[in-house]
Design a protein around this ligand. Sequence first.
Ligand code: ADP
Length: 536
Amino acid sequence: MSTEPIKADTHFLRDTIYGLTEQIDLLTILQDLSKKIVSGFDFDQIINRFLDVVKEVVNYNACALFLYNEDLKTYRVVSSRGGPMKKFNDDVPDNKIVDWIIKEGRWTPIPNESKTPPKKFQSILPLCGMIKKLGFLFMISDQDEHCYNKTNMTILSFIADQAGIALENQNLYVQLNDSRKYINNIVESINNGIVAIDLSGEITLINKNATAILGIESGDVIGKSYREVFTDKLTKKIDSLIKKIINQGYVIETRFEHSPYKEFPITIGINASVLLDDNNNKIGIIFVFRDMLASMEIQRLLQQDEMKSEFVSNVSHELRTPLSIIKSYIEAILDQVDPEDYNTQRDFLNVVNKETDRLSGLVNDLLDISRIESGKYKISLTPVSLPEIIQSVIDNLKSETDSHNIITRIPSDLKPISADRDKMTQVFINLINNAIKFSPEGGEIEIQVIIMEKMLLCLIKDQGIGIAEECIPRIFDKFYRVDTSDTYEIPGTGLGLPIVKHIIKSHGGEITVKSELNRGSEFILSLPYGDSKQIK
Ligand code: ADP
């Protein structure tokens, strides 16, 4: 049997193994080089490593890395070795050649124009990224063209690709960092508190305003659950809001009493909405917290302003009506009524008298309010009989109406209470008069006194127009009047109830109201009773 084929096979195998070993070595080298270049996001570091690695392959004497400058629309040197950058910038290789080499995308020698020896080997290694052309490395070396071989070409094109990718990544990293900083700046400069959480409740973003508004001591809460970071009360609120948000997509909560520092409760408004990714999947929730103090103060000032203008128009109206009645009746007495007709004169003078009382009542209310505000409103307590006061007020007001049935239910054994007679009379005048005024259809007005252990309850109940639920909290504010078509014609200034409230409070009591629109109202006074110290 001939040994020739076996020999041939052995040679072939040896060559193959040798070739494979070379390939594996090359791959290992390339892997190492790649690692060197692509690790890290520092621009100078990437470039230096790239130039180092290329030097190992080509052993250039000088080189310059040109990158495309978008603003200047040309290639500029960003790094050089073996010569100053300026020199290379002035000596940019011919644009046409560069463009052709970059288009070809491979390492290419370029002609050396220099006539004087020693002859230098010049070459260009294009640098292409995944997204766009980046630039090229221009190299000058003493070596002859020997180094321009297939293996080196493979290695250099691989290195250039890696450097291109690394530079593009670095650029993206810078852009990402810039936009992160930009968004951070926006989030920090927003006046409201902003907190974002993911679906498991972990905080993914929080700005300084949020830590201030919510009273969170450390800003280092990213990655913690909001349940760990927020107070129990706020956590409960957020839990309940999350349920709503998941259904509705957003939620607006205008008032939440938050007391991170127990002594200073603050009112905050909370808006929240779901965060979605590009595919509209829910990825979290963003909360916006507003300190409502400033907006509430503005609202209060606006309300006050509105009340003042309302007051001016009410007071002018209230003054003008009795004044014009007085004037026309006096003119009639002077010009039209027979001087001998005493009866008509008397009737007219009675009208004048009543209108004068109305005027002085208004002026007194204004004076009372100003005394209350300046702290000069005084009461002087004496033992007074409540049934007597109530009866005298009813007697006086009865003449005002014939469509109301005023009834009293007062225990017969009621003892005197310690009160300011005039001021207490003013309270009942006001409340019973309101009961009459605000039941224009008539009906029953019931005044009931109930003796409790150490207090008296006085209920003044009518069947009138009632008060809308949202207006009830404001009816004791000065100048406030419910503004509806039903109340439009009913005279008043909105001063009665604040004065009443002040008088009752100065007697150590309270006033509350229950009311239902079109069903009637019930004012409830509670006053201290049977306290011997009270009765002088
Ligand atoms: P005024 O009676 O001069 O308007 P008040 O301070 O006494 O002012 O009352 C304030 C407002 O409260 C009234 O304008 C009215 O809108 C409402 N109000 C008071 N009493 C009643 C009542 N018995 N029924 C319905 N509304 C009432």
